[in-house]
Design a binder for this molecule. Structure first.
Ligand SMILES: [Zn+2]
Length: 131
């Protein structure tokens, strides 16, 4: 397996582990996740599937694109804030590898071809003032 694939796999494991830690401590689930955390986890997996960076994906904390819808983003931030430091104690190797991934600079945002009309709009102050 290539390093990039491993990294994406690790990101999935990291988020799953963090949600599990958070759920166990906040919702008392020792096996599996409560319905709300399970939904968050499913959402996180879905976002990873659709990540435009694909295998060059930075860790979510470093990502220039904030792809989560606001309510999920709030929930996942809470989970990361709580479970991040605790993961160091409970899953030290996974946590350290995640921290190392985090030190890598994020890749350039995947380019969408700029529409010529966008460029005209942004370079012309006259039309911007009118708008
Ligand atoms: Zn939960």
């Amino acid at each position: 397996m290539r390093a990039a694939e491993k990294r994406v796999k690790r990101e999935r494991k990291t988020i799953a582990t963090m949600i599990a830690i958070f759920c166990r401590d906040h919702h008392g689930e020792h096996y599996g996740l409560c319905p709300s955390c399970a939904a968050l986890h499913a959402y996180a997996e879905q976002r990873l599937d659709k990540c435009p960076f694909g295998e060059t994906k930075p860790t979510c904390a470093k990502c220039p694109i904030h792809c989560y819808k606001p309510e999920c983003r709030e929930q996942v931030l809470q989970v990361m804030r709580y479970a991040g430091p605790r993961m160091l104690l409970r899953r030290p190797i996974l946590a350290i590898r995640h921290l190392l991934d985090e030190r890598k600079p994020p890749p350039e945002r995947p380019r969408r071809r700029a529409k010529p009309t966008d460029r005209v709009k942004s370079s012309s102050t006259a039309s911007a003032n009118r708008a």
